[in-house]
Design a protein around this ligand. Sequence first.
Ligand SMILES: [Zn+2]
Length: 377
Amino acid sequence: MPELFRAARAATLVPGSAVINDAAILTSQGKILEVGKFSDLSRAFSGSVTDLGDVFLAPGLINAHNHLELAHLRGKTVADQGFVTWVEDLIRQPIYELDPIKLDQAFSELKRTGTVMVGDIATRFAKDMAGFLQESGLFFTVFTEAIGEKVPGKGFMPRGDFDRGGYSVAGHSLYTCHAQVLQAAKAETRAKGLPFSLHLAEHDDEVAIMAGEPSGFLDLLQARGRLRDFTAPGKRPVQQAHDLGLLDESTLAVHCVKLTDEDVRTVAESGASVCLCPRSNEFINVGRAPWEKLHQAGVNLCLGTDSLASNHDLNLWNEAEYLKQRFHGELSPEDLLAMMTRNPAGALGVDDRLGTLEPGKLAVWSHVPDWLWELFE
Ligand SMILES: [Zn+2]
């Protein structure tokens, strides 16, 4: 049975469209049939009408970068001390103990704050996380994380079919994976037409390790038996990722804090999407990405909270507000909303069902908070 939903306003995020006042969304069997003015859509409609009241609807939010398996570390990690201290602290924590209760709280928080999908990195528990996420009611891509020196014979991804999401592969980083591991991970996603994700240019130690300069973090890794035979490429992280063939339209590069102007051009020309995690960057104290230059260069920008080991909450609206308050120059409310909806839907390859409010998409949406509502006035 078709249902008609009425709301004070709606931003469909369909390119070129304006905000609709006194809006209505006609749905059937979980999908959107039509979006428009209530006066138009109600004229020929005789079924049940749900008046959502004085709310401003936007597409359901997509948190493009998370590590939900660390949900139990909320409030337990050290803030502000830089990346090496943060990692040293993190690996002293029980990072490999999934906590179903904390996970459940995390799912509830995501749903309560408008998120309908997560791009989730799973270092150890890809199968468990996919199972939990399928049960949670969220949509998901679980990125099995490639890390270290070895390419697994059977590939990185577990098998499994889910109606709410699926698996893909992410490289942990340029400095914790051998080059051939990253290339094999990228090749596996390319062969299956899936998105690939990579933490890229997050902090100064990454730049130093790539350049072959002294780095406390490489010392730490090698003391733990990792990357003993690592040879520095003598390049900047973005250049190295590009030269390894890791950057293209199906790559989601996460963080991109340490970028030169040339790096921004390289990323933009590659067609890769970038997931900004501004509050995580502040939490760890690594600096902030050149948001304005990336935006100006036309990069497909997404937003992620990153994990609760480097953020205070999973509320993506808070991520957007943080970015908006510190952004220099023009960033329209539509562009900001797109970073949490249309852009990540494209980056994660789910734009056939999420990302905008238009016919054929799933009937899921979020409520724009007051501070952002005001920016549309
Ligand atoms: Zn991350």
